[in-house]
Write a protein that binds this ligand. Structure first.
Ligand code: B16
Ligand code: MG
Length: 225
């Protein structure tokens, strides 16, 4: 049995933008004299921009020191740093095995979507020159509930014309795995730091994405439903 669609997260799955998010937040944190480490950064994966800022401020115990408009300005400042960084991205920023895997899906006639909470997703896909590899790219600005809510994955499935269990979702963040699961899809995790829900199939890196292996696990899951 083959899935009818694959829906991909962007940051940490299709490309390594997570390091640019880290550098941009670090630049802001350094300017403000705040502590920001890789451990805190891990908590920002799959989390929207303003919530990410709140996590950094809370980590430093300064959540109450800024008004809502100051927080919006800080999130915007981080985004300006981030936009400068992503414009310098090249094909080398596409994660290992992704281009080949997308080519296999296209060859098999399987639909593809992108479910990223990043408002820069369109720019990133354009800079990497892989935008035309996807049948549907969700607009994060139109999604009202962040991951782990299933909204963005459910939107991708319905726009592609399929039910949740026709689809495979691929994610690197725990919140994303929860969102995929809640959308009724088969989940593939890429190096997820699992704290609650496990992916149906756990892979160490995108280089391990193997169509036959995923179909096998997907079939077993469908048959068990
Ligand atoms: P932006 P994903 C997420 O993308 C990132 O994982 C997260 O770190 C980032 O804060 C978020 O996008 C928002 O991005 O500031 O560009 O709107 O993993 O859902 O592709
Ligand atoms: Mg991600």
């Amino acid at each position: 049995m083959q899935p009818k669609a694959f829906i991909f997260d962007l940051d940490g799955v299709l490309t390594s933008t997570d390091k640019y998010h880290f550098l941009a937040w670090k630049q802001l944190a350094d300017r403000l004299g705040l502590d920001f480490t890789e451990t805190v950064n891990e908590k920002l994966k799959g989390v929207d921009r303003l919530t990410s800022l709140e996590i950094i401020l809370a980590h430093n115990g300064v959540s109450d020191k800024f008004s809502d408009s100051e927080k919006a300005a800080l999130a915007n400042e981080k985004n300006e740093y981030y936009k400068t960084l992503i414009l310098k991205m090249t094909k080398a920023d596409i994660l290992p095995g992704i281009e080949n895997f997308l080519a296999v899906l296209r060859e098999k006639g399987i639909k593809t979507g992108v479910a990223s909470v990043s408002k820069n997703a369109d720019t990133v896909l354009s800079v990497l020159n892989i935008k035309n590899r996807f049948d549907y790219i969700a607009d994060a600005a139109k999604v009202t509930k962040p991951k782990p809510d299933p909204e963005i994955f459910a939107l991708c499935a319905s726009e592609l014309g399929f039910e949740g269990n026709d689809c495979v979702g691929v994610e690197d963040a725990q919140s994303g795995i929860e969102a995929i699961t809640a959308a009724g899809m088969f989940s593939v995790g890429i190096g997820v730091e699992v704290t609650s829900v496990h992916p149906r199939l756990e892979l160490g890196s995108t280089a391990e994405l193997d169509f036959e292996k995923i179909c096998e696990a997907y079939t077993a899951w469908r048959n068990s439903q």
